[in-house]
Structures are given as structure tokens and as C-alpha cells.
Design a protein around this ligand. Structure first.
Ligand SMILES: *Cc1c(COP(=O)(O)O)cnc(C)c1O
Length: 416
């Protein structure tokens, strides 16, 4: 069934347009990654007739005209999207950026931004008449797919590298997925999952292979725009692994711009870990020819040596005149502490990486101190408790005795 608001799926490589069927993957002509395109006039009309401010739905589905789904049918059980945007004054003062905002996407149902994509994957799988979905993931796409599929009564096959943090693996098991831990890199994990998906014909939620996922992810930008009264910030910062998130963030702003709901586009701040930054390296060199790298960072969600969506990521960075920042693991852990201690936001390492990049960009003079910046926190810290403790340290520990407490305080110079 044709979607009322979608004109087709255009190949980012050869430019051909094909119908946006629910189970399309890559371009049938050349294998390139597809991009969903809309009729912006229809979107604008719909948004004018039924203003966002009058809508009840607080989830990502409140932006129905921007989404490639059949209007009818049931909405998912879990509430993906609708995360808060905080004016982070104390944290902003701390890093010398008074106009700082934090979009806390760790508050999604399975605690990462990936829920926006997985909610979409579940709907598209159902539209395609499928009951089993599979994916490979560094961890969050997996746990979010497992959760959203469980809520919809679908079964999941999940492939994650064995390094995935325990919190994410625990989520997978709890959501009833069939979980395969792969002893190897994310690249190895992706390869074996692709073979298995081919062999058993499951619905494919793999990043970049499924063009609808980015349409889910872009809702983070629709929310940011609405939460700021459709006045765009100067910059939006996000951490980058496969590149689907930054591509989705950019797609959201471009769709809003195309439909005439915003009158300018923000610049993106693309943040990677210096131990694994193939996309930023290519972007800095001004080339689309990225080179694989090792996966040397504690930020497991963005430890992606062979990115699956470099095309859309690199285009997003270049089209937005983006700022490119790489941060060390120490800088990521420092940002985790800053977000926690000055904004009350608990982020996993990759979740704090965008903010680490913002801080560094200010220090390096890459962005102006009076700029308005939205930093997206992409995942919650409880997913990776080991690295949280590593970043924040161990607490003091005493026997239940006042003398011990006094001694412990004195040893740390605490006056009480
Ligand atoms: C997946 C993920 C990212 C990066 O998204 P990509 O699409 O891989 O670039 C960033 N942070 C968290 C917490 C993630 O789970």
C-alpha cells in the first residue's frame, strides 16, 4: 500500500527512486543505501490543519505526517520518544557555554535513542507481515529492538559482540530475545548476522540496511525543534558510531526545513572517540573515502571501526557545515562526571560523548561562547555500570561506627 506522504525511496549512490515498500533494504540496482523522501506540501498542509501544540500524543508518533507508516493500525505499546530537553544552566556555566541544552534520550523505554528506530522497525516488520526480526548491534540497537519487539509480540534474534556491557546483555535476556554473543569485533558480529538473516529470511533491523530506521531516529530533531518553539539552536552535538544517528538528526532538520516549519538549519557537531574515529577522519580530510579503524574506546556503542552508514553521516556533516571533534576516553569520562554532577543526567560513555565534544569545541575555540547548543545524550548510564564506576570512582566504605565515619571524612577533607 502506498503511503500518503511518501514519494519514494531514493538511492544515495545512483539516485534511482523505488517504491517505499515495508521490506525494502538497499538499492536493487546498485546496492546503495536508500533515503525515504516525502511530499513536503502535504506535510505542511497537515501540520497547519492540526497544529502540534494541539496534539495529545507525547511519543514520537505525534509527528505522524513526517513518518513513513500507514496511518491506521495500532501504535506500539512502548512510548518511544517524548524525551525532555533541559536548559542546562549549571553545566553550561561549568564549561563556559551559557546557552547549553541537554536532550536526554536516555529516558526512552529501553534507555537509549535507539528506541526511536526500533519502534519504527517493529511497525515496518508488522506491515511486511513478518513475525521475526533480527539485528546485530554494539548493544543498544539490540536491547531496544528486543524490548520493542517483545511489547509487540514479535520474536527476535540478536547478535552482539561479546564485549557488550552486562547491562545491555541483561536487557536482552530479560526481553526474551534469542541472544548470540559473538567473540569478535562489531564488524565480525555484523557479518555473521547478515549471513544468518539471509539464511533464515528474518526481518532485517540492521543499521543502514533498513532505511526506515533513520526515519525513526530523526524524530529526536522534530522534538528538539518543537521544544524550542521552532527556533533553531546554532549547533546540535551528537556522538557517532555507524553514522545512522547523526544522519537521522540531520534528516529531521532537513524535513522540517523542507516543509517550511523552520527557517534555518543548525550546524552539527560530530563527536567520535579518538580511539575509533573513521567518519570524523574522513570528514576532516574532506573525502567520502573513509578507512577502517580499530575499535579502541570504552564507549562501546560508538566503537565502530567499519561504519555502516558513512554516506549519510559524511553528507550530514558536510551539508551542515559541521564541526568535527574527537575526544579521548578520559574526556568522555570527565563529561560523564560533569553531566552527572551538574545536570543530574546519568549517561553511558557514548551518551556523554556528544557533551565531551561540546566542551572540547568550546576550549578549542571551534564554537563561540555565546552560541546556543543542544547536546543529545543518547544512552543511560545504568546500561554500563562498570564504566560509570570507573569514571566516578568508588565511594568510601565504613563499619557502622561514628569514629570510622569521622576518620573517613577526615581522610577526604570532608567537614560535613
Ligand atoms: C548507537 C549509539 C550511538 C551512535 O549511533 P550510530 O548510528 O551508530 O552512529 C551513540 N550513542 C549511543 C548510546 C548509541 O547507542
Amino acid at each position: 500500500m502506498a503511503l500518503w506522504n511518501v514519494t519514494g525511496a531514493r538511492c544515495t549512490a545512483c539516485g534511482k527512486v523505488i517504491p517505499a515498500e515495508p521490506d525494502i533494504t538497499t538499492c536493487p540496482h546498485c546496492g546503495g543505501i536508500l533515503d525515504i523522501e516525502y511530499d513536503y506540501d502535504l506535510i505542511r498542509e497537515s501540520a497547519e490543519k492540526n497544529p502540534f501544540s494541539a496534539r495529545q500524543d507525547r511519543s514520537m508518533w505525534r509527528y505522524m505526517e513526517f513518518l513513513p507508516v500507514e496511518g491506521k493500525g495500532s501504535r506500539p505499546l512502548l512510548r518511544a520518544g517524548g524525551s525532555p530537553l533541559y536548559r542546562a544552566e549549571a553545566l553550561g556555566r561549568k564549561i563556559g557555554l551559557p546557552n547549553l541544552w541537554i536532550k536526554d534520550d536516555g529516558q526512552n523505554p529501553t534507555a537509549s535513542l535507539k528506541d526511536r528506530a526500533s519502534a519504527m522497525a517493529v511497525i515496518k516488520a508488522q506491515e511486511a507481515g513478518r513475525t521475526t526480526i533480527a539485528c546485530s548491534s554494539t548493544g543498544n540497537a539490540a536491547s531496544s529492538l528486543a524490548g520493542n519487539a517483545a511489547a509487540a509480540g514479535l520474536s527476535t534474534y540478536i547478535f552482539v559482540p561479546s564485549r557488550a556491557p552486562k547491562g545491555k546483555v541483561a536487557q536482552l535476556m530479560m526481553f526474551g530475545a534469542t541472544v548470540v554473543l559473538v567473540e569478535g569485533s562489531y564488524e565480525d558480529t555484523f557479518r555473521i548476522s547478515a549471513e544468518a538473516i539471509d539464511r533464515w529470511g528474518w526481518y532485517n533491523r540492521n543499521a543502514a540496511i533498513n532505511p526506515f530506521l533513520m526515519e525513526g531516529k530523526k524524530t529526536v530533531s522534530l522534538e528538539i525543534a518543537e521544544q524550542l518553539g521552532f527556533v533553531m539552536p546554532d549547533y546540535v552535538a551528537v556522538s557517532v558510531g555507524d553514522g545512522c544517528t547523526i544522519g537521522g538528526v540531520w534528516k529531521g532538520f532537513k524535513d522540517l526545513y523542507g516543509a517550511g516549519l523552520i527557517d534555518r538549519l543548525p550546524r552539527l557537531i560530530s563527536v567520535q572517540a579518538s580511539g575509533c574515529c573513521p567518519i570524523n577522519t574522513a570528514a576532516a580530510a574532506g573525502t567520502m573515502d573513509w578507512v577502517p579503524q580499530e575499535e579502541n574506546t570504552l564507549a562501546d556503542s560508538i566503537a565502530v571501526g567499519v561504519p555502516r552508514n558513512p554516506v549519510k553521516a559524511l553528507r550530514a556533516i558536510s551539508e551542515s557545515n559541521g564541526v568535527i571533534v574527537n575526544v579521548s576516553d578520559e574526556e568522555i569520562m570527565a563529561a560523564m562526571r560533569l553531566l552527572g554532577a551538574h545536570a543530574g543526567v546519568f549517561a553511558e560513555p557514548a551518551g556523554a560523548t556528544g557533551t565531551a565534544g561540546v566542551k572540547k569545541a568550546v576550549e578549542m575555540g571551534l564554537i563561540e561562547e555565546n552560541a546556543s547548543v543542544v547536546s543529545i545524550v543518547t544512552g543511560n548510564g545504568l546500561k554500563d555500570v562498570a564504566n560509570a564506576i570507573r569514571a566516578a570512582g568508588e565511594p568510601m566504605s565504613i563499619k557502622p561506627d561514628m569514629d570510622e565515619l569521622l576518620a573517613a571524612f577526615e581522610a577526604r577533607g570532608i567537614k560535613g
